[in-house]
Design a binder for this molecule. Structure first.
Ligand SMILES: [Zn+2]
Length: 247
């Protein structure tokens, strides 16, 4: 970890023409409000990967993706709610905000497209990640065999107890559900959201060695992360992002 940001160099790096990060409670000081906006990127050397625009949208625990395959203007407002952002434009930083939910970053170096996904249990079970990968395939011609996926810090299986209503949805929406829960009695179970997303990406055809997970629990590490579960209220959110550097 450098300067409060977590990166997965094996997932994407400057040599791949991509910059990415999973935020902590220390950095970045990103958009804290729920308003959708395109804001000015931090000035700096374009070669070092400074964004010209930072995209942040209202997240609604759904599965819809906002596809930005057009020039993005600083100051424009994006009316609507989305839990996935996709772009093939360089220097447009896509951001998602999480506090226990899972941030997932996607990169396809061949079709030169990136995506940022926000996945809580609702969105994950409803398929926000496979749906996003399918948009990459259909609209940008991405091949899952070339995709790279980074699954960020979130509530871990150590701390994520769920009850019957969640388990019911899980069993209905995810055939492989037995592999992502550990039953603890009283019709409750510990859910491993990162594992669920990992399996969805693998089922979509992404090679296992190209799906990497930051196996750190946001609830267990108060010095690093905000956690809705631990704090019982939204004290803040972590911002994660991905951007293509090159044209
Ligand atoms: Zn934990």
């Amino acid at each position: 970890m450098a300067h409060g940001l977590i990166t997965l160099p094996a997932f994407a790096d400057r040599k791949d023409g991509v910059r990415h990060f999973f935020g902590t409670r220390h950095r970045p000081a990103g958009p804290t409000s729920d308003t959708a906006s395109v804001t000015q990127g931090t000035p700096g050397d374009p070669a070092a990967g400074a964004p010209v625009a930072v995209v942040s949208v209202k997240q609604v625990h759904g599965t819809d993706a906002l596809v930005l395959d057009r020039p993005v203007k600083v100051g424009e407002t994006l009316a609507g709610g989305w839990d996935a952002l996709i772009t093939n434009r360089p220097r447009v930083l896509l951001t998602v905000r999480t506090a226990d939910c899972v941030p997932v970053l996607v990169h396809d170096p061949m079709s030169k497209v990136v995506a940022a996904v926000h996945a809580g249990w609702r969105g994950a079970i409803a398929g926000v990640l496979p749906k996003t990968l399918s948009i990459l395939r259909r609209r940008f011609g991405s091949n899952p065999l070339r995709m790279q996926i980074g699954i960020g810090p979130s509530v871990g299986p150590c701390c994520y107890e769920v009850d019957e209503p969640v388990l019911e949805r899980l069993r209905a929406g995810f055939p492989d559900w037995r592999n992502v829960v550990r039953e603890v009695g009283g019709r409750k179970a510990m859910l491993d959201l990162q594992e669920l997303l990992w399996r969805q990406a693998a089922s979509a055809g992404v090679p296992e060695e190209q799906i990497r997970t930051v196996r750190v629990c946001t609830v267990c590490h108060p010095a690093l992360f905000y956690s809705y579960r631990r704090e019982g209220t939204v004290r803040g959110t972590m911002v994660s992002g991905i951007m293509r550097i090159r044209r």
